[in-house]
Design a protein around this ligand. Structure first.
Ligand SMILES: [Zn+2]
Length: 362
């Protein structure tokens, strides 16, 4: 039953996306005489077609069940923003903004209802004004680490739509900073989550029992279950290897800020393994923009236990010398909010940076 419904809805999305590929490739060939303002309807996307597509069982009790964010939506949104001349492939991506492919996963005969997982695209792109030269602030944005945490993708989409849009503050940010966007860093995990593939097929007997599915087939096969504990591995997981190499190459091996977007949590919060990042001007701007979203760890008392966390998290890899040398690495855990509120919080993550950069100019 689940299968028929999923396939039908997926085919609607894929069909709707087809003509766009042609439009996108045509606009890529056009010379760079770009519009001054962005047609915001670029970002109008028939979300209602997927709104009820899949609501995570564990989150049905939320006042506002979290709408799904499917692999097709990642592809479609990348293509939409990719039409703008200030959105471009990164150094490691091709013209379609694809960094690489996941290996895919065969059908498991023990679970005949579960489909195979076809190889998935791994996307990445950058947002910056190509005509603004000179050194720029670097901010890395990732989401999808935990496969069922669709909230993170809505936050990322809100942030990207703002950064790529016409707002004068976004124009300023594009001239001052470069944003490296990796919208789904666990594509097979997300595919699996959206298809409701039975994670108990994994060799780890505990995988998936809490409804908060965190891995992907490649991890489960190796007895690992959490994609956000694998970022310091090398040579073990192909998707992690592809992404760590790509993000290093794209950024030149260091960045000023990074966001890893997750959720939902109650209450919404953000965190950093580094005390300086919890106290800097950006942290203060965030607290002003989002007074209801709590800062974790010292100097407050909220969730002190997540101050550093177990090794292998994206934020720790980002902060490390062997990783990305990020000065201010952050993790975002939005609440179980409406889609509109999630999009708004993404805008606020960008606006807080604008606050900091313009205050410095005064
Ligand atoms: Zn998470």
């Amino acid at each position: 039953m689940r299968g028929i419904n999923s396939v039908f809805r997926l085919s609607v999305i894929v069909a709707a996306g087809l003509p766009l590929a042609a439009v996108a490739s045509e606009s890529a060939r056009r010379p760079a005489a770009a519009p001054v303002t962005v047609d915001e309807s670029n970002f109008a996307y028939p979300y209602e077609k997927v709104f009820d597509y899949y609501i995570i069982e564990a989150w049905r009790s939320l006042d506002n069940p979290v709408p799904a964010y499917t692999p097709e939506m990642v592809a479609r949104h990348t293509e939409l923003v990719g039409r703008l001349r200030w959105v471009a492939p990164t150094a490691s991506g091709n013209q379609a903004m694809v960094l690489g492919r996941t290996p895919g996963w065969p059908k498991n005969p023990a679970f005949p209802q579960d489909p195979e997982i076809p190889p998935q695209n791994i996307y990445g792109y950058q947002i910056t004004d190509p005509s603004a030269k000179g050194p720029k602030i670097k901010m890395v944005l990732v989401s999808g680490n935990h496969a069922t945490e669709f909230t993170g993708n809505w936050v990322l989409e809100g942030m990207v739509n703002f950064l790529a849009g016409s707002d004068p503050r976004a124009v300023f940010l594009r001239g001052t900073a470069v944003f490296y966007v990796y919208p789904d860093v666990n594509p097979e995990g997300r595919y699996q989550a959206v298809q409701r593939i039975n994670l108990k097929a994994a060799p780890d007997p505990n995988a998936g029992t809490n409804g908060c599915y965190r891995g992907n087939p490649e991890l489960y096969a190796a007895g690992a279950r959490d994609h956000n504990r694998a970022w310091t591995t090398s040579g073990r997981f192909s998707t992690i290897d592809t992404l760590t190499a790509a993000i290093k190459k794209d950024t030149g091996g260091r960045a000023d800020y990074s966001w890893d977007m997750h959720g939902p949590q109650d209450v919404g919060n953000w965190r950093s393994p580094l005390i300086e990042a919890r106290l800097n001007a950006y942290a203060n701007a965030l607290l002003k923009r989002e007074p209801d979203v709590v800062r974790c760890g010292p100097p407050g008392n909220f969730k002190r236990n997540v101050e550093n966390g177990p090794p292998g998290k994206f934020s720790l890899w980002a902060a490390s010398e062997e990783g990305l040398n990020v000065t201010y690495p952050y993790t975002y855990e939005p609440g179980g909010w409406t889609r509109e509120r999630l999009l708004e919080s993404g805008r606020n993550l960008a606006l807080a940076l604008h606050d900091v950069l313009t205050a410095a100019e005064d």
